[in-house]
Structures are given as structure tokens and as C-alpha cells.
Design a protein. Structure first.
Length: 319
């Protein structure tokens, strides 16, 4: 028997989960919420807000990624809302104004609905944030590369990087709020499937995925820092001549100090480690290093068996 998206959330670790029956599922626990024609919804609505349980991504992830807008269509009653609409509206607000702008009152204003009507579809703000993160992270594309695990990991990395730049507020939650909802689980399933050709143990396969994910998050964090520095420089009002003069004077002082020969080469050779026009190239270079390292540590099972026989490789493809 297949499960709906509301049944795929883990039963722990989320502050919006209460003790009443149904809590622990997004939108669960209110009288009548588990019926198709509940008093608070439209006939035929899916439990928790309208997504088809046969498609954990909702069948709309790509369209929503490019089509979210802040706006409304006149005053709305709770019966005309869905969980998906609420989540999309919240993501649009966060994209435009930052995660700090998210509140149940603000989202109700966007949807031109009563604030209390939102609570028929989401438990509270914490629940809404989890749904937002799960939906956005579900935008990661995991292609079918016909057993080419490296091509899949490369595509995943570029897709994750793109979504983190589209939804920059997500980085505020990466350290302390990892969601484990239906979209994330579905992508994790596809990602693990892409590694089947390596015949790795589950723990090693997870290590591979986490290594790539960690690189992407670190790279994006640096890129966001570069973007902030660029904005700060533009806001300073300094022109190119003033900047060049300032750098030349700085280099003169460093040269006079005598301790920073290698650093001075960066200035003298006009190497800009934060240059916008090399950002993609730098990301790809780092990603290739990561993938080369993974390739050196993991091998298909037949090669591992041969290496074990020759005494050159340990169990699970890790030396």
C-alpha cells in the first residue's frame, strides 16, 4: 500500500510535531483532516494540501521553481487554500525579502486570506519552514545517466548550487534545520540509485553523497561572501582609479614589510580569487578535485575483489 507525502515525514525532530493524533504529519491532527471531503477543504482534496502521493515532488517542482510570485487574488477562505499554495507563497516571500520576513500573518496577507485559515493546512511557522525547505531542496535535479555515477554527481552538484543561489535564504538554515521530508527523501533515493554501479555499502554511498553536498554548500557560502564584498565595493562609491591606487599603496606597504612574498604575487600577477568571471570555472575545478578523490577511494565491486586479492584495497572500496 503506497503512502502519501504526509506519511513520509519522520516521527521525530520537528518542533511543530505535537502529541495529538495525526501530529507528526504535515497538516495532521485536526478533526476531519484525514477525509477527502473534510469540512475545511474541497471535495477530493489530498490530505495536507493537494499533492498527488504518487509523485513526492508534487509534479510541479520545476514549474514552481521558475513561476513563484508574491500576490493574491482577492480575499480567500480556508476552503480555497491548499498547503502547496501556502508553501509557494512563503517561498516567494523568502526569495524576495529573506527568511526573516516569514510569518503566518505575512503569508496570509500575500494570499489575501485570514491568518487563522492557514492553520488548517500547516501547524505553525516551524512546520511551514520545514515544508519550504523540503520543497526547495526537492528542486535538485537527479538525472538518469545510465550508470555514469560521476556524471550524476556532477549534475547534482550544479543543480544544488543553482537552487542555493535562487533561494539564498536556505543557507541560513543549513547548519541547524536539515529537513527529511518527502521531496528530500525522493531525491536521496534517486541519488543512491545512481551509485548502484559502484556496488558500495550503504554507509560509504552516503559518505559519497555527503562529501559532494558539503563541497557545494561550502562553495556557495564562499560565493555569497564574494557577492556581498562586490556589493559593498560598489556601494563605497570608489571608482576604478581610486581602487587601483589604494591597492598599489597597500602592496607597497606589504613589500616594505618583507614577510609576504607569496601574497604579493597575487597582486602583482593580477590574480583575483573572487572574480565574477571565473566563479563557474573555480566551482568546477573544486568539484573535479572532489570527484577525482571519490574515484580514487571507491571502485566497483569486481575491482575491489581483485585489489583485495592483491592486498591493495580494504573492505567497502576504501583504502
Amino acid at each position: 500500500m503506497s503512502s502519501g507525502p504526509e506519511d513520509l515525514w519522520p516521527p521525530f525532530g520537528h518542533p511543530w510535531q505535537g502529541g495529538r493524533p495525526g501530529a507528526g504529519r504535515p497538516g495532521g491532527g485536526r478533526p476531519g483532516d484525514r477525509t477527502g471531503d473534510r469540512a475545511g477543504g474541497r471535495p477530493g482534496d489530498r490530505p495536507g494540501g493537494g499533492r498527488d502521493p504518487r509523485d513526492p515532488r508534487g509534479g510541479q517542482a520545476a514549474r514552481r521553481a521558475s513561476g513563484r510570485e508574491i500576490g493574491g487574488r482577492g480575499h480567500r477562505h480556508r476552503s480555497s487554500l491548499s498547503q502547496a499554495e501556502i508553501v509557494d507563497a512563503a517561498i516567494a516571500v523568502a526569495d524576495a525579502e529573506g527568511a526573516a520576513a516569514i510569518s503566518m500573518r505575512r503569508i496570509a496577507q500575500v494570499l489575501q486570506a485570514g491568518t487563522m485559515s492557514l492553520y488548517w493546512h500547516v501547524e505553525n511557522k516551524e512546520h511551514l519552514l520545514d515544508l519550504m525547505l523540503d520543497t526547495v531542496l526537492g528542486e535538485t535535479e537527479v538525472p538518469d545517466a545510465g550508470g555514469d555515477w560521476r556524471a550524476v554527481l556532477r549534475a547534482i552538484a550544479f543543480s544544488e548550487r543553482a537552487l542555493l543561489h535562487r533561494h539564498r535564504w536556505v543557507m541560513d538554515f543549513i547548519g541547524g534545520r536539515p529537513p527529511l521530508g518527502p521531496h528530500v527523501i525522493a531525491n536521496l533515493e534517486r541519488s543512491l540509485t545512481a551509485l548502484d554501479s559502484l556496488q558500495l555499502g550503504t554507509a560509504i554511498a552516503m559518505n559519497v553523497l555527503m562529501t559532494v553536498n558539503t563541497y557545494v554548500m561550502g562553495a556557495v557560502l564562499r560565493e555569497m561572501r564574494e557577492l556581498r564584498a562586490q556589493r559593498d565595493l560598489e556601494a563605497s562609491g570608489l571608482d576604478t582609479t581610486e581602487i587601483e591606487t589604494g591597492v598599489a599603496e597597500w602592496a607597497r606597504r606589504l613589500r616594505a614589510d618583507g614577510r609576504f612574498g607569496h601574497f604579493l604575487r597575487i597582486i602583482e600577477e593580477d590574480v583575483d580569487p573572487d572574480a565574477e568571471d571565473t566563479r563557474d570555472e573555480r566551482f568546477e575545478f573544486g568539484l573535479d578535485c572532489v570527484l577525482d578523490g571519490i574515484a580514487a577511494r571507491v571502485q566497483p565491486a569486481d575491482l575491489r575483489k581483485k585489489a583485495d586479492t592483491e592486498g591493495g584495497q580494504g573492505a567497502n572500496g576504501v583504502g
